[in-house]
Design a binder for this molecule. Structure first.
Ligand code: 3HC
Length: 303
């Protein structure tokens, strides 16, 4: 199959964005929904399967707006304006006039495919679709769309407010207007956008899966957690592999490793222990303020 050129598109082709739809109200989605209201200053509608999840996502955004105001990053007026721009609903028909609809639902191909197939029935013919998938094929996610040319990968990193990069994933079907719109939006969000090919893990997670996979494999084969951390420390990374796994979520981390192992079995490890740790919920022990105090005793028993 022909490789997609990774050149920058003509930004004049970008569609204007007057309303954003966010599918999923989990932590990633809530974080980038806040960034959309803050930087694009347009209404943002968040949806999820049930009202409790929607309310949790909106509450997170309100808390973050309050935190920005407390740090004097935004004025009380600006905080009110931002709050007024965010709405939550379980009714996706409110996406009918959105120009940009981005999803961050459960990281499973079938789920994402059916979410987009449903959404395509209610959105306008000109709306652009984006997925925040961390390692699934964007082209396959769009396989059930009538218009896959309007789908692009738009991959944020955790914590969204501070991580400076977005991977814009250009599938063989993504058209120039879609790509240009994604690049312009990334610029307005004040992120550095790189256009990547639609390959497993794109670029960032491919590199990260090596680090995290090798770190877990060392543990799986008998090296203690603290030895792995001490060995990696000279690289000067802001977080150890196990801190990073907890930041991205142990379930997400295990899933990313599995996806890489499935795509390149000879190059990436999967880790049964990581799945068990994900079920257990943690690797690190923390005090009441969230500061780490050591390794969780239950986690130590698992490995
Ligand atoms: N949400 C929002 N803001 C956060 C945050 C969070 N979860 N965590 C930290 N911040 C903000 C703080 O509020 C602070 O902002 P301020 O300057 O306005 O007060 C700023 O970040 C710096 O925080 P701290 O001083 O408390 O902490 P550090 O200097 O230790 O930095 C860090 C924290 C930026 C998270 C740093 O440890 C880091 O860069 N870690 C690596 C993160 C990383 O690699 N992420 C990528 C994960 S891969 C991924 O997401 C892809 C997915 O597909 C799996």
């Amino acid at each position: 199959r022909a490789k997609r050129p990774a050149g920058a598109p003509d930004k004049k082709l970008a569609r204007p964005i007057t309303k954003v739809g966010v599918i999923g109200a989990g932590l990633m989605a809530s974080q980038f929904a806040l960034l959309f209201v803050r930087r694009l200053k347009v209404p943002v509608v968040i949806t999820d399967l049930d009202q409790a999840r929607v309310d949790k996502g909106v509450a997170y955004i309100h808390d973050e707006i309050a935190a920005l105001q407390a740090k004097n990053r935004i004025s009380p007026d600006e905080a009110n304006r931002l709050r007024a721009l965010v709405t939550g609903t379980t009714d996706t028909s409110s996406f009918s006039d959105a120009d940009w609809v981005i999803e961050a639902v459960f990281e499973e191909l079938g789920v994402k495919q059916s979410v987009f197939a449903e959404i395509e029935k209610v959105i306008s013919p000109d709306a652009i679709l984006a997925t925040n998938t961390s390692s699934l094929s964007v082209e396959q996610i769009g396989a059930k769309l009538a218009h896959p040319e309007r789908l692009v990968g738009f991959h944020f990193f955790n914590p969204v407010a501070v991580m400076p990069l977005i991977e814009v994933v250009n599938t063989p079907q993504t058209n120039e207007v879609t790509l240009a719109t994604a690049m312009v939006i990334a610029g307005k969000l004040r992120k550095n956008a790189v256009i990547t090919r639609d390959t497993p893990g794109f670029v960032v997670n491919r590199v990260l899966a090596k680090l995290l996979g090798e770190a877990m494999h060392a543990v799986d084969t008998g090296t203690p957690f603290e030895v792995v951390e001490a060995a990696v420390a000279p690289f000067g990374l802001p977080m150890t592999p196990f801190e990073l796994l907890e930041l991205v979520g142990l379930t997400v981390g295990a899933h990313v490793l599995d996806t890489h192992h499935a795509a390149f079995p000879e190059r990436f490890f999967e880790s049964d222990n990581l799945h068990r740790l994900a079920e257990h919920g943690k690797i690190l022990e923390r005090d009441g303020k969230g500061r780490r105090t050591g390794f969780d005793k239950g986690a130590l028993k698992i490995v």
